[in-house]
Design a protein around this ligand. Structure first.
Ligand code: NAP
Ligand code: GCO
Ligand code: CA
Length: 266
């Protein structure tokens, strides 16, 4: 037994929601490299096909499914299919999420509801679908992908911040309700990570200069840079592995120091 065996995911089955690109793809790839068998889902056939090519290129065997995480019947069918083909799910990463950047008083209720549906209600739906088998098995790991907006607000992201703040508390509640069944539920709170979701915040201006928000975030980050999806890989393997068996209900912020920093003097 090597000391590092506690980080191994050999023999484990992981479901990563929204694993077709971005943070979900990176986390699924990391869990696979640590030994887990991977299942992921997304909504778009095109994204699924592209993701399967990318996983193959990375020499990762992943099973991909079309499933909208807000549809409970589809989620239950997905979990049953994974249990049939790969085995019961040991590790769930609730990663699928969207953001709408709209000033609150201009935001339609339906738009607010859609963000909360995907970013908060869906982690409840998927967690509820996998927990009974985790209890049966005597162990389980749930990792909820939270956000800086689990702690901070900013203009135009009211629905997203409400959902991610709720996801922080859902994480703590799953810990409280199922810690006794040896289920550890923790969150990862990424800082500002370069993915399609944040691409609008990094778009070059018409004069070729950097987006003001890009400059703002780099000044607010002690690391002095945007995060990359690979920055989340080690934290995800840690929280998915035996190495974190006594860590429960925590949000691990992987933010380059943003939450600790008042910001560079102008
Ligand atoms: P992204 O690039 O937009 O990817 C989102 C993923 O979720 C895609 O695979 C998307 O695939 C899938 N998805 C969206 N809605 C879905 C639904 N209803 N059902 C199933 N799959 C769905 O986002 P990201 O930047 O990688 O972010 C991933 C997670 O990290 C999100 O929860 C986000 O809030 C969180 N986060 C991101 C950052 C950041 O800076 N990027 C920071 C903190 C937290 P389809 O479109 O094909 O469904
Ligand atoms: C935004 C960004 C953020 C990031 C992330 C930060 O518009 O402020 O999209 O919300 O996605 O959640 O942790
Ligand atoms: Ca364990």
């Amino acid at each position: 037994m090597s000391y590092l065996d506690q980080f191994s995911l050999e023999g484990k089955v992981a479901l990563v929601t929204g694993g077709s690109y971005g943070i979900g793809f990176a986390i699924a790839s990391a869990l696979a490299r640590a030994g887990a068998k991977i299942a992921f889902n997304c909504r778009s056939e095109e994204h699924l096909a592209q993701a399967m090519k990318e996983y193959k290129k990375a020499e990762i065997i992943a099973q991909g499914y079309i499933c909208d995480v807000t549809e409970e019947a589809a989620v239950l069918a997905l979990v049953a299919e994974i249990e049939k083909t790969l085995g019961t799910i040991d590790i769930l990463v609730n990663n699928a999420g969207i953001i709408k950047r709209i000033p609150m008083c201009d935001m339609a209720v339906e738009e607010f509801r859609q963000v909360v549906d995907i970013d908060l209600v869906a982690p409840f739906i998927v967690s509820k679908a996998v927990i009974p088998a985790m209890i049966q098995k005597g162990h389980g790991k749930i990792i909820n992908i939270c956000s800086m907006m689990s702690e901070l607000g900013r203009e135009t992201v009211s629905a997203y911040a409400a959902a991610k703040g709720g996801l922080k508390m859902l994480t703590r509640n799953i810990c409280s309700e199922f810690g006794g069944a040896n289920i550890q539920c923790n969150g990862i709170g990424p800082g500002y990570i370069a993915t399609p979701q944040t691409a609008p915040l990094r778009e070059l201006q018409s004069d070729g200069s950097r987006h003001p928000f890009d400059k703002f975030i780099v000044s607010k980050t002690p690391a002095g840079r945007w995060g990359e999806t690979k920055d989340l890989e080690g934290p995800a393997v840690f929280l998915a592995s035996d190495a974190s068996d006594f860590v429960n209900g925590q949000i691990l912020y992987v933010d380059g120091g943003i939450l600790a920093y008042i910001g560079k003097q102008p």
